[in-house]
Design a protein around this ligand. Structure first.
Ligand code: SF4
Length: 186
């Protein structure tokens, strides 16, 4: 069975790729993340995914960088939770679409490994999208391998980001760091 693994970043790819291979899947990586800004950050994350792919023996498909479309649509959504949902949906939907076009039996995402994302909602979304494209969504608890993934990726010296990906999350991360620094000096 072939599986298309949507990959959000290099560090998060380690455990899911190994897990799926252990289960007997022929895995292909899929990098589609138009949410990542700015472009310099996008490049750093993509380069880390390429290195992780080499280490894991994974072919990586680089899909287009739809940043204009992402920005246009996300800017119309004021609620942060709804922004996350939109961001998960477009990436999962594109992964399912490409898997279906290429005759790949199933798909999943490294987003299921993140302690910062709502993995229950992502899994439900993945299953609904899979039904639409008549393929399977591999609902796995990759989160249990998050620490292992990050340990290995440090050894491999992969780039580790310090915000989720979009401009909003970058600002939130900077605000948080500034607030912490201010508290320290107060
Ligand atoms: S915080 Fe992360 S999940 Fe939410 S919209 Fe931004 S990039 Fe997407």
């Amino acid at each position: 069975m072939k599986a298309l693994l949507h990959i959000c970043c290099g560090p998060c790819a380690v455990y899911p790729a190994r897990q799926l291979k252990d289960e007997g899947y022929e895995v292909e990586g899929f990098f589609y993340n138009p949410n990542i800004h700015p472009f310099s950050e996008y490049q750093k994350r993509y380069e880390a995914v390429v290195v992780a792919g080499e280490r894991l023996g994974l072919n990586i498909i680089h899909h287009r960088y739809d940043f204009q479309e992402f920005l246009k649509r996300v800017a119309c959504i004021e609620n942060r939770v709804e922004q996350h949902r939109f961001c998960w949906r477009i990436r999962l939907e594109e992964t399912a679409k490409v898997a279906s076009e290429q005759g790949i039996d199933c798909f999943t995402t490294t987003l299921l490994s993140s302690p910062y994302q709502d993995i229950v909602e992502i899994a439900a979304l993945g299953s609904a999208i899979a039904e639409k494209y008549r393929i399977s969504f591999l609902n796995r608890n990759f989160r249990k391998g998050f620490a292992e993934s990050h340990k290995v990726s440090k050894e491999w010296e992969l780039y580790h980001q310090n915000y989720c990906g979009c401009l909003f999350s970058e600002k939130e991360s900077i605000d948080e760091r500034n607030a912490k620094a201010k508290n320290k000096t107060a």
